[in-house]
Design a protein around this ligand. Structure first.
Ligand code: ATP
Length: 695
């Protein structure tokens, strides 16, 4: 477990321990009895304000001593840990020269406000016996409670202040780690929940006792903790959530960019969009769920402890109801998870349809029947998605109603049955019980409402990780490495074969091919449709790795990743980017202008800051632009897949007679897939394919 989490756990235990202090009172007599006892003890010459019987006192002392020991141990651990981290932070600050935050005003205000809040909290702790025990003070309590209680009290204050110092030392220093922020947010949410409870508690004290005005302090601290905590948490949550989305998206994109083309092709259509768009968004809700959950949970725990303080049986009943609701939700969750998984599968197909809609809009536009059939298919998939999502949501809606019913029933049981069953229960205790339970409905709903979201987050989280795992089992290319390219080379294909699948599946297979080509040579690849020309081109350019045989460059086996660095290629389904990625064009302005003119695109196109002013061009123009980009890349191997097929005769001529010859003269190896037998003379070699075999 990370150090910070351990620290957070300690802080939570501390808060828990603080709440435990009043429980010491659980065995104490009621206020009326206390008054009576006080009078008796006063008559017997006892200490004023201490209303306890001998029998009760021994029992209470033992209990208080035990709790005090726990607090002492935990407090000591918190204090030591917090001091260690504070010293470490300060040491790092001095040694590594970390800077203070640049926004000094905000930092100072933050420190001042938190300091005032700490003073308030400290004062509240000092006031605990005064409010809970009718005007008593800690020193008076220390007289008859074990010595360890006194130490526990001081240790609580010490651990509170050492933790505060640690948080402040982190707060004022500029660099904030995400983990640290998460801990702070978790802690603040918990404190916020505690504040929420203080509000209920103080209101209840104000209306059921005559020390209301003293409870105002707790009310104010409660509001400060609740509202202040929520404000800070919500604000930071937005930033953190966006960071989480950004990080997950970039993780996926980074891995995708490192994946080989061959593996990329195998990824199920629509999966990338679904994971990048939806799953990351859904996962980002997790932080919000956690914060809402922690705040509500803190309030509920405090309320339970308070209820236990008032009536043990009431507490058991409330816990039973909550456990019942939780188990109903658990089973609903299993069902919703199953349906949700199905809905998420449908989402992949939905994104595939969206892809088809965008890319195939032209084809859809001019055939109404096709459009209608496509529309019917997409409607079917959307409907399937709606039904499955709906099933999961309805399951939760039903559970929510049942949960609410059970909770209200619990309040009813307490209001109507408790006065009959527990006849000795005071009316004020009963009122408090119902009042606190009613106030608890908010936090209970808070938790119940986050559960459906939590299920969705779980599904998306699994999908993202499955996808990342799938990507990590694929071959990774080394990116970001500049290879030193050899400009004089001989490329040898030795028994090279490539298959799209298993022989039993009758998958298409190219090869085995034994061939060689060298720098300064022009190779034309010919063959009928589906003969395997593009597949061979992908092998020659390193987009595919041979399934058997090897490719050697200057006698040494070359890996597909490396080979692709040697190549610039224009395939028939090429894509144009609006930016000239990876090409320095500032000092090549004249050269670019010259080629734009030759390609008759100078009137239409210009490049500014490495970007084209437009890429809305005709198919032929796009191909010419791709040719220009390829030319500027200046790689040792050039591959053109039927580049000239849809060009005017003059550009066709330019391509074969000028460009290819120019590339050859510059020592480049040019491989062109072509059917232009008129220009076959330009080639040094011709390779003809039939059903994947060289003929
Ligand atoms: N990604 C792929 N997965 C499975 N099979 C594929 C894939 N790409 C191509 N094929 C199959 O490989 C065979 C050869 O395709 P290829 O594109 O290499 O032919 P080609 O000679 O370039 O054809 P054309 O002249 O029509 O472009 C075809 O039968 C095709 O179905």
């Amino acid at each position: 477990m990370k150090r910070q989490y351990v620290f957070l756990l300690f802080m939570m235990l501390l808060m828990g321990s603080l709440i435990c202090v009043p429980i010491v009172q659980a065995e104490s007599p009621s206020l009326d009895q206390q008054e009576q006892l006080a009078k008796e003890q006063m008559d017997e010459g006892g200490i004023p304000g201490v209303f306890i019987t001998i029998e009760n006192s021994t029992h209470l002392n033992r209990k208080a001593g035990l709790i005090a020991l726990w607090i002492l141990g935990i407090g000591l651990l918190i204090s030591l840990t917090a001091t260690y981290f504070t010293v470490k932070t300060c040491y790092q600050h001095i040694r590594r020269g970390l800077k203070f935050k640049s926004n000094k005003r905000k930092t100072i205000i933050g420190v001042l406000l938190s300091f005032m809040l700490m003073i308030g909290i400290t004062y509240s702790i000092i006031q605990v016996p005064k409010i809970l025990m009718n005007g008593m003070s800690w020193p008076a309590l220390f007289v008859w409670l074990p010595e360890s209680v006194k130490w526990a009290y001081y240790m609580t204050l010490t651990s509170l202040w050492t933790s505060y110092l640690y948080l402040i030392s982190k707060f004022v220093i500029q660099k904030q780690e995400q983990n640290y922020l998460l801990i702070i947010l978790g802690l603040l949410s918990f404190l916020s929940g505690l504040g929420n409870f203080l509000i209920i508690y103080s209101i209840n004290v104000a209306i059921t006792s005559d020390i209301g005005i003293q409870a105002l302090l707790y009310f104010s601290i409660g509001i400060l903790l609740y509202v202040g905590g929520q404000q800070v948490v919500r604000k930071n949550l937005i930033e953190l959530t966006n960071k989480v989305i950004y990080k997950k998206r970039m993780d996926i994109i980074d891995r995708l960019l490192k994946t080989s083309y061959e593996d990329f092709e195998k990824i199920e259509g629509g999966k990338i969009q679904a994971t990048l768009n939806n799953d990351t968004e859904v996962v980002s809700r997790f932080i919000n769920i956690v914060v809402t959950g922690v705040t509500s949970l803190a309030t509920i725990i405090c309320c339970f402890l308070y209820l236990g303080y008032i009536s043990f049986y009431g507490l058991i009943l409330s816990i039973t109801i909550i456990l019942l609701i939780a188990s109903i939700y658990y089973f609903a969750g299993i069902y919703a998870n199953r349906v949700g998984e199905k809905a998420r599968d449908i989402e992949n197909s939905f994104f595939q349809f969206i892809d088809d809609l965008v890319k195939g809009f032209k084809e859809l536009s001019f055939y109404e029947k096709r459009k209608l059939e496509f529309q019917s298919d997409i409607r079917e998939i959307c409907d399937d998605y709606r039904v499955n999502r709906g099933k999961a949501n309805i399951a939760f809606a039903n559970m929510f109603v049942i949960g609410e019913l059970l909770f209200t029933a619990a309040i009813g049981v307490i209001a109507f049955l408790f006065p009959i069953v527990f006849t000795d229960m005071e009316t004020s205790a009963l009122t408090t019980f119902i009042f606190v339970l009613l106030y608890m409905t908010g936090p209970v709903h808070g938790i119940l409402n986050t559960l459906p979201d939590l299920i969705n987050v779980r599904i998306s989280w699994r999908r993202i990780n499955d996808f990342l795992n799938q990507l990590s089992t694929l071959k990774f290319m080394q990116t970001g490495q500049e290879l030193e390219l050899k400009h004089e080379f001989e490329l040898i294909l030795d028994g090279v074969e490539y298959s799209y699948g298993e022989v039993v599946d009758h998958a298409f297979r190219v090869g085995p091919i034994d061939y060689q080509v060298r720098s300064g040579e022009v190779l034309f690849i010919t063959g009928g449709n589906g003969s395997g020309k593009s597949t061979l081109a992908k092998l020659l350019t390193g987009l595919y790795s041979p399934t058997s045989g090897e490719i050697r460059l200057n006698g040494k086996e070359i890996h597909a990743n490396e080979l692709s660095q040697y190549c610039s290629a224009i395939f028939s389904d090429f894509h144009l980017f609006e930016k000239l990625y990876g090409i320095q064009c500032e000092d090549r302005h004249d050269e670019i202008q010259k080629y734009l003119k030759v390609l008759q695109m100078d009137h239409k196109l210009h490049i500014k800051n490495g970007r084209f002013n437009t890429i809305k061009l005709s198919t032929g123009q796009k191909k010419r632009l791709a040719l220009l980009i390829s030319y500027l890349e200046d790689k040792p191997i050039y591959l053109f897949d039927e580049w000239a097929a849809d060009q005017d005769p003059e550009f066709r001529k330019f391509f074969y007679q000028v460009l290819i010859k120019d590339l050859k003269a510059r020592g480049k190896c040019v491989i062109a897939i072509t059917h232009d037998d008129y220009y076959f003379g330009v080639a040094d070699k011709t390779l003809k394919l039939e059903l994947g075999k060289v003929v």
